[in-house]
Design a protein around this ligand. Structure first.
Ligand code: WT7
Length: 651
């Protein structure tokens, strides 16, 4: 059966009670595109402004004059919008439920307690010299202090740059140096599924690398999480629990312009080193809060849980900023889905009465593999809406999530978006949009998607092509930190005047969008973006490697796995030991998330006569698909293909 033929209608209990009614979506959507000034002018009022904006949108997507501004004369503070403004009505409401790695370990913070924690954290940052506009790097486990630190930065106008705890010291150092960050916040160790992660030791190593690059880190603020042994540099390192004893419980919030930076988040591209995606204050928060409210059909009494890590954009927008701006109760989870066993997610849902749950297809597939038993052992009756994000969800996993986890009651919101977009872009609304397993369905308000062919011709009707967005939305990234030209080159030069997503996409006869995956050299491993060029550069930095080419291949759980073809320097006979060494080397250079699943040693790589590696062929071979290799006659040495296939088959 054609996948798109299978449609699930909105569960009846949602039709009446949802925040957006079916008949409203079409008219609101049309209004949002027809008159963005009016539409977003009104939507901006969902925030508290110190100085209200008089201008709404000021955008040029001309790559030679690229400038994106929303609410540009408005003044506000993000932490005030996420905390202070709720204190009167929701002071005693739970803001954050923190669930630790061990099921016995959890703690709740009311909005009033959150206010105190964030003020104290902000005062500690000030005491160690952080000022408005400074970049502060966070390398933290999923503890409540990570959210306090983000909001504390926002409170004093510092710009946070979070580096996921699974990145190596080398990767952390690169990000510290790129944004000239002189303060790093970390913890002694992280905990994930009974494993400890040596965050402070990694941070120390990163500081050494940064110092050698001429960019010394002045202060490392360390949270005590496990009490494990750590090295200590008395001139540089500060224990948070010591510093916090001497600060006040109150910290005035810095008035920020709507276009002042809120955070930088590094993400991989098809070339070069990771880009520092910059998001600003006003438009981002409008987008984060509005999408969070509508996509999850948020109600005052909901308990909302996004299982992501704050090291990714999902954690920024949908653990911290969106939910807290909406005065919601948000769960932060330190652990992993399979510890202590494969029931953990659903036990946490029962324990905290979670009603809105958001996770990644890779987690759903990993849990589906464990069968229905661990799910059926739990109640889950509080669940209302289930979300997914990060990669296309295969219809089989969708059906399992819908039927087994949600008992057929809960709409699934498959949310397509990117680090660059700030929040959800193509997504069903739970009370409004019929669902098709595997489709992210229809655009959110203000989002005008289109499909184009390689030449940039817009395609109409049911078709497939490259996904572009035709007009700006408030949550979009503003620049690549320190490299505005790269911003223009990456997103606005392939199809002049439009934002290019890097994704391929199909549109069906009902106008529903089906993301087919990246069309550039970016792969998606467990919902995490990885540039093949980064892995190649890590491999290439090892003395044994002459050349390498990295591609993605279909992986049952991870979505895509990492497949590396490596040619060795002359005279070196590769063996199993070298394979292991190279895998370790990549883990050291980038981090465990970049661990190659396969390394195939090769005597040569397929190249055109001009020396360009033909990745199309390498992708097919990695997929074990040898029949459709396409035209290989332009290769400089067509015999390498036969060798590659033979070696693939022998493995
Ligand atoms: C890329 C962005 C958005 C936060 C997590 C990833 C893929 C994301 C979906 C989805 C199909 C998806 C795209 C996109 N992607 N969500 N629902 N269906 N593909 O953020 O690391 O910036 O990656 O993830 O390929 O371009 P990111």
């Amino acid at each position: 059966m054609n996948e798109s033929a299978k449609t699930y209608s909105v569960p009846s209990e949602f039709l009446e009670a949802s925040n957006i009614r079916a008949e409203q979506y079409a008219s609101m959507y049309a209004a949002s595109l027809a008159d963005p000034e009016a539409f977003w002018g009104e939507m901006g009022c969902r925030l508290d402004w110190i100085t209200p904006y008089t201008k709404v949108k000021n955008v040029s997507w001309d790559k030679n004059d690229l400038s994106v501004k929303w609410y540009e004369d408005g003044v506000l503070n993000v932490s005030v919008n996420c905390i202070d403004r709720h204190l009167d009505a929701r002071g005693d409401k739970t803001a954050i439920i923190w669930e630790g790695d061990e099921p016995s370990d959890s703690h709740s913070y009311s909005y009033r307690e959150l206010h105190r924690e964030v003020c104290r954290f902000a005062n500690v940052l000030k005491a160690i010299g952080v000022k408005k506009g400074d970049r502060v790097t966070l390398y933290m486990p999923m503890i409540a202090e990570a959210a306090f630190a983000m909001l504390a930065c926002a409170r004093i106008g510092a710009v946070h740059s979070i580096v996921f705890g699974g990145f190596s010291p080398e990767a952390l150092a690169g990000r510290i140096v790129d944004c000239d960050s002189t303060v790093v916040i970390t913890a002694d160790e992280g905990l994930r599924g009974a494993k400890t992660i040596p965050l402070k030791a990694n941070c120390d190593a990163a500081c050494d690398i940064a110092a050698n690059a001429g960019k010394p880190v002045a202060k490392v603020l360390c949270i005590k999480r496990t009490g494990g042994d750590v090295a200590w540099d008395t001139g540089r390192d500060v224990w948070y629990h010591e510093a916090v004893t001497s600060v006040s419980d109150d910290c005035p919030a810095e008035p920020m312009n709507a276009e002042d930076p809120l955070f930088i988040l590094y993400t991989s591209g098809s070339t070069g080193k990771p880009k520092g995606v910059l998001h600003t204050t006003g438009g981002y928060l409008v987008w984060a809060s509005m999408t969070h409210e509508y996509v999850f059909d948020l109600k005052e009494e909901d308990v909302y849980w996004c299982s992501a890590d704050v090291g990714w954009v999902t954690g920024h927008t949908y653990i911290v900023y969106g939910p807290l701006a909406n005065g919601a109760t948000t769960v932060m989870f330190e652990g992993i889905p399979t510890y202590p066993d494969a029931s953990r997610f659903w036990r946490v849902c029962d324990k905290h009465k979670v009603s809105l749950f958001y996770t990644a297809p890779t987690a759903i597939r990993a849990l589906m593999r464990e069968g229905d038993g661990p799910v059926n052992a739990t109640d889950r009756s509080t669940l209302r809406v289930l979300g997914t994000v990060g990669e296309p969800i295969n219809p089989e996993a969708w059906e399992w999530y819908f039927n087994v986890v949600g008992g057929g009651r809960c709409p699934i919101v498959d949310t397509w978006w990117q680090t660059e977009t700030g929040g959800a872009m193509i997504v069903p609304l739970p009370g409004t949009t019929p669902m098709k397993p595997g489709s992210a369905t229809l655009p959110f308000f203000g989002v005008e998607p289109a499909l184009v062919d390689a030449e940039g011709n817009e395609l109409s009707g049911a078709t497939e092509g490259n996904l572009i967005i035709k007009q700006s939305w408030p949550g979009q990234m503003r620049t690549v930190y320190g490299d505005h030209k790269r911003f223009a080159d990456t997103y606005f030069s392939a199809y002049p005047g439009y934002y290019f997503t890097g994704d391929g996409c199909r549109r069906d006869e009902d106008g529903f969008y089906w993301i087919t995956g990246r069309v550039d050299d970016v792969i998606n491993v467990s919902g995490h973006r990885m540039g093949t060029a980064e892995v190649e550069s890590a491999l290439g930095s090892h003395a044994a490697v002459a050349e390498s080419a990295v591609v993605g291949f279909p992986h049952d759980i991870k979505g895509q796995g990492i497949y590396a073809y490596v040619t060795c320097v002359a005279g070196l006979e590769p063996d199993e030991a070298l394979r292991k060494t190279l895998i370790q080397h990549v883990r050291k250079e980038i981090g465990p998330i970049a661990t190659p699943d396969n390394i195939q040693f090769a005597s040569g790589l397929p190249k055109t006569r001009s020396g360009k590696i033909m990745r199309r062929i390498l992708r097919k071979i990695a997929e074990n698909n040898f029949d459709n290799l396409g035209d290989t006659s332009t290769l400089a040495d067509p015999t390498v293909v036969g060798d590659l296939i033979e070696n693939r088959l022998n493995r």
